[in-house]
Design a protein around this ligand. Structure first.
Ligand code: PGA
Length: 266
């Protein structure tokens, strides 16, 4: 089964509007030379206040609008109401988003997000017609004590609970070992592939083989232009969630180009 790769840039709490616009313009400039079929699915997750700025860079001629999707970095599961500081799926959709990143380890760690909240968010995103990018991953301590697989399998089962196989099939999971995020220490590609294959088997268990074959599972954690080729050559790694290296168009474009060498047939 061939799954279209995804290269997603998580800009986290970085880049002011003008900076976001200029990085986006740099990516747009690169993708214009390729067709949407040649390119991986490209997703950019700016801060909320920059979503409209990057959207304004897109044009209607098909040269970029269909090639670069925009994502929210978080959302609330309710559609509106007294939730100061939160943003709904409908609001993200209204701003132009097609994807929403949920359950990032930074949100779990600093904002006490639980598996239950992530499950509610995933359901709200799918009900709103957007695609969740559900993050999971273990700490170094958990890895060293040998509980990586059971921990991640628990996170995935909780996040997908009560979601139909059809909706699971179109969702995206990002495996991001916490010790590899922003540290420069990339997880060995064979090991990342092993964990991702394990996640796929969990998806098969909860939603069946069609969903397991269709769902795209990404690796994240210090992905760089120099690491992506090996990562993308592995059987179960369907793309990358990129933090630091997505903040500059040059390195993000290089990641896209290197992905195309291995996975998109260019
Ligand atoms: P990093 O971040 O590429 O800077 O390690 C990845 C992420 O947190 O999504």
């Amino acid at each position: 089964m061939s799954r279209k790769p995804i290269i997603a840039g998580n800009w986290k709490m970085n880049l002011l509007k003008s900076e976001a616009k200029s990085v986006f313009e740099g990516i747009k400039d690169f993708v214009k030379d390729y067709s949407a079929t040649e390119l991986p699915t490209i997703v950019i997750a700016p801060v909320f206040t920059s979503i409209s700025s990057v959207e304004s860079v897109k044009c209607d001629c098909g040269c970029c609008g269909t090639k670069i999707a925009v994502a929210g970095q978080n959302c609330h599961w309710e559609s509106s109401g007294a939730y100061t500081g939160e943003i709904s799926v409908e609001m993200l959709k209204d701003a132009g988003c097609d994807y929403v990143i949920i359950g990032h380890s930074e949100r779990r760690q600093y904002f006490s997000e639980t598996d239950e909240m992530i499950n509610k968010k995933a359901k709200a995103i799918l009900a709103g017609g957007l695609i969740p990018i559900i993050c999971c991953g273990e700490t170094l301590e958990q890895r060293e004590s040998g509980i990586t697989d059971s921990w991640i399998s628990g996170q995935i089962k909780a996040a997908l609970q009560g979601i139909s196989a059809e909706d699971i099939a179109k969702s995206v999971i990002a495996y991001e070992p916490i010790w590899a995020i922003g540290t420069g220490k990339t997880c060995d590609a064979d090991e990342a592939n092993r964990v991702i294959a394990m996640i796929r088997s969990v998806v098969k268990e909860v939603a069946g083989s069609d969903a397991a074959d269709s769902i795209r599972i990404l690796y994240g954690g210090s992905v760089k232009p120099s690491t992506i080729e090996e990562q993308m050559s592995k059987s179960d790694i369907d793309g990358a969630l990129v933090g630091g290296a997505s903040l500059k168009a040059e390195s993000f474009n290089e990641i896209i180009a290197n992905t195309m060498k291995v996975a998109c047939g260019v």
